[in-house]
Write a new protein. Structure first.
Length: 223
């Protein structure tokens, strides 16, 4: 009979459980705050860093980084330059990569790998390319060659001479009706843009119409 214990009230038993639970929580929090034993720390291994950093230059035998070869980054380095690319923009004309020269104040129309002398002001009877609103405008007939070729270029680059001006809405609508986009620049930047895109995309996708950089309204292109 000595093994029989007196039953305690349920409320007293619940209070004992709560006290033990609180004590257990304090013990756990105290235990987790302790450091790991030294033996456990020795079992941790640090893996070597085997992945190289992104965009780093290879190291030479002496430990220094090798210089970057910018020539290898030129993706168009081995691409042949079109013969109609502009080598020199002159005051009264252009010098092409093929060796051909367009002089005497004429502009140049570059279409489909061919170069044509271009004088869009002749249809007006005077050397003027601006309308009364100060917008750059040429007649539709001066771009008639673009309507004869097929497939047509996707982009027409206009070089308006020494400075950039807005083109007239009528001219923009006409170019759009041919299924072409238009980019308006001064002649120096237009020539550089044509050279880049013609080399990258081909001469059949890009056309250019350029006025000499020495152009003066009412006077023409002078040296």
């Amino acid at each position: 009979m000595a093994s029989i214990r007196t039953c305690r009230p349920l409320t007293q038993f619940a209070s004992i459980l709560r006290q033990q639970g609180a004590l257990g929580n304090r013990q756990i929090s105290t235990y987790t705050a302790k450091r790991l034993p030294a033996r456990a720390a020795t079992n941790c291994r640090v893996l070597p860093h085997t992945i190289s950093s992104f965009h780093t230059s290879p190291r030479r035998d002496d430990g220094e980084r090798a210089p970057t070869d910018f020539g290898a980054l030129d993706v168009l380095g081995n691409t042949p330059v079109p013969s109609t690319s502009i080598d020199v923009c002159m005051s009264d004309g252009f010098h092409l990569n093929s060796g051909a020269r367009i002089l005497d104040g004429a502009g140049v129309l570059l279409v489909g790998g061919e170069a044509f002398s271009w004088r869009p002001w002749l249809s007006r009877g005077e050397k003027r390319l601006l309308n009364k609103k100060g917008q750059w405008e040429v007649s539709n007939d001066t771009l008639g060659l673009l309507g004869l070729i097929w497939p047509r270029p996707d982009l027409l680059i206009l070089g308006l001479g020494p400075e950039i001006r807005p083109i007239s809405p009528e001219l923009r609508r006409h170019i759009s009706s041919l299924g072409m986009r238009v980019e308006v620049l001064d002649t120096r930047n237009a020539a550089a843009q044509f050279n880049l895109l013609a080399t990258e995309r081909g001469v059949t996708d890009v056309a250019a119409a350029l006025i000499p950089i020495g152009w003066k309204e009412g006077v023409g292109a002078v040296w």
